[in-house]
Design a protein around this ligand. Sequence first.
Ligand SMILES: [Zn+2]
Length: 252
Amino acid sequence: MTSENTSDNTQEQALNKTDVSGCTAEFPFFGAKYPDARCIDGYLHDMDKCDENGNLYLMDESYPCPFCNREEFIQQQKDNEEDLEKVSEWINYINSKYNLQKVYQRLVDAGNGDCMKCAIATLLNLKYEEVPHFLEFENPNSGMINFMLDKGFDFECCLYNYPNSEYSTIEKLKDFKGINGLFYASVFSPKYYKEENGIEGHQVTHAVVINKNFEIVFDPNREYKNIKEYPASDKLGYNGIKNIYLFTPKVV
Ligand SMILES: [Zn+2]
């Protein structure tokens, strides 16, 4: 057996393993416009470099994964004297475009929907089962904040959108980095919004994931996939975003 065969077998085993410590992210990295890199055990492999059986070749150099092997990845970028600001922008872009494991709602209900659970699961790349149904807690918001704390994120503050008011803080979003550039936010529920109550009155809210530009990059409700505008976005601006919970990675 040649050494190349051995490495192919190792690669194949790695690909078939279900308990890989890597995140199995796939995205463009080795020069292609399509996802040509895949994370296996924390390192990126070029999916275009494989034999006729689809087995990947071992890479000559090691490429740490920017998501599950972040420290090593950043160190390599530093060693290569890359512009770290640009690198972090690239990570954010790749994350929202290719890496988000979207977790969709299984309960759509005015009083007991699971949009909050699904937005947090998506934000942290967790599975549906790994995140509590916060609405079952006595105080859902503090339940969410405690859960985030457990996962290594401090709750900074909540930003509010009050049109034309000095109490509006939503603009401060630009000072924060979020989680891979993404944030947990609320909009008015497209399904339950009551025009007659107005933007100041009682409304059912709905959890989504947004980026720094106030773009809604993920809505956990599949029915809203092609939604053009969220309720009252003409009055609220910011694509109808009402508030944003700011979480930052805990400093150890
Ligand atoms: Zn990874």
